[in-house]
Design a protein around this ligand. Sequence first.
Ligand code: FAD
Ligand code: SIN
Length: 539
Amino acid sequence: MVPQLSCDVLIIGSGAAGLSTALRLPENLNIVVVAKRELAEGNTVYAQGGISAVLDSADSLESHVADTLSAGAGLGNEAVIRRVVERGPENIRWLAELGVHFTSTPPTGDSKLHLTQEGGHSHRRVAHVADATGREMQTTLVDVVRTRKNIQLLENHIAVDLILRPSKAGGKRCVGSYLMNLESNQVMGVGSRCVVLATGGASKAYLYTSNPDVATGDGIAMAWRAGCRVSNMEFIQFHPTCLYHPNAKSFLVSEAVRGEGGHLLLADGERFMDQFDSRGELAPRDIVARAIDHEMKRLGSDCVYLDISHKSAEFIEHHFPTILERSLSLGFDMRKEPLPVVPAAHYTCGGVKVNDVGETDVAGLYAVGETAYTGLHGANRMASNSLLECLVYAQLAAEDIESKITHVSMPSDIEDWDDSRVTDADEEVVVSHNWEELRRFMWDYVGIVRSNKRLARARRRVNLLRHEVAEYYANFKVTNDLLELRNLLDVADLIIQSAQRRRESRGLHYTLDFPQVDVNQCQPTTLIPDNYRPKGQKV
Ligand code: FAD
Ligand code: SIN
């Protein structure tokens, strides 16, 4: 069948990674960008702290590399880190040229940007737009992308699965994807010469998260089902400080608040971070989140407190206008009092295993941004290195696609989506109930502190739910919620399996059964799907 839509490059996801890839590709390519909701929605638009890059003469690439390696607890890939860090400054300039207005400071040294500080960084090196860096970045990217005639934008479309063919060179080739229009509920086949997964992370697998609803790990699950390896899925980052309030929906209180002098306090006003790490509040996130979890459990308290009220009101208003406004709307004035905070799932350090230009194990399929595992973050991502990774891998993938695409022909035989044997779902409650159950047991058993017993319990439950949802998927028409739940269950299974394999505590993975680092386990955890066919191997 002729595909219902064809393009040179299909980009699934419209956050920093997806839109930057689209803008980095040459304008003679016909590109389609797909977004599950409106174009701006995703993790990127909520980013607060900023983007790390070496922009000050007192700083150095070596220092950024060393800090990233150290935050990654021995699992970061030094060559990858170096490549990403080296491309940091040019990517900040690229964003500024597109129209991002970074917060500036009266010139100091050779840097005109105001650079803030965050955990794990030994220098001020985080370029930012007050405390709403993601909003400015995402709206700028969206504005620019809308001016490009070669880029077609499909909002409110969810990718269901990838379309594969045997590759002439052996292995498999990705030739497109099925997309469901969320307004008409129709599924169409899109054929493309190559596909880029930029679907973000999977923190919605957890009950409490800083992420918006779209973060359901769709790209990771689709790639896994297509036969791609995934790595380091046990390393789920919990951000130490989300606002604790029933109506806050895990609103983040940026690490930059601690970077600019904020203190973490217990209910009685006592500071506690120095007992856990000599870097105090600016220790890497895994350490701070675990310390908070420890203190909350020890004292049976619901939250701890983050206090920056010792700084002037003007300073707080200038640096943290978004956080101030949101917390005021919930009844807290951070200029005068500490904010109640708790940890929440924030970032997926692992993902689809890619090479140094973002290619996955399937020919013609790339993964960029939070969906991908590049080797940059190791066992714990350093603050503000994620947006940097999105930008750099978008650039690398776009360069690679440009160099290869002329040799790839347009697929012409995409079958229509067949739903002739399924009916409308009869019990939507099954989906919502299973979703709630999943997110709760992931929080309870696969959270900040794990154990063999908790992981085994979670594995049993995830297997039951996967079985139930697979049956549901086979018999009923797909809906957005069913697709997301199916993906989250696949990803939860990958997280649990990876956590069970790592029989030590390192970075973000902490287990009561193996509380120490084991120097012999200093490699990433890589899971291989049953249908994995290395490139070049006959299918
Ligand atoms: P996203 O921006 O999440 O975009 C994903 C896109 O994929 C969306 O368009 C979504 O609709 C689409 N999508 C998903 N599934 C499908 C599907 N099946 N079909 C079609 N489309 C789909 N990092 C930093 O470096 N600095 C920070 O200051 C910072 N602050 C943060 C603050 C918050 C509150 C959060 C949540 C994260 C923060 N991070 C920060 C992390 C960083 O924002 C993310 O890792 C990064 O933005 C991810 O970008 P992305 O393009 O990979 O994904
Ligand atoms: C924050 O502003 O604390 C988030 C930064 C990040 O996730 O890198």
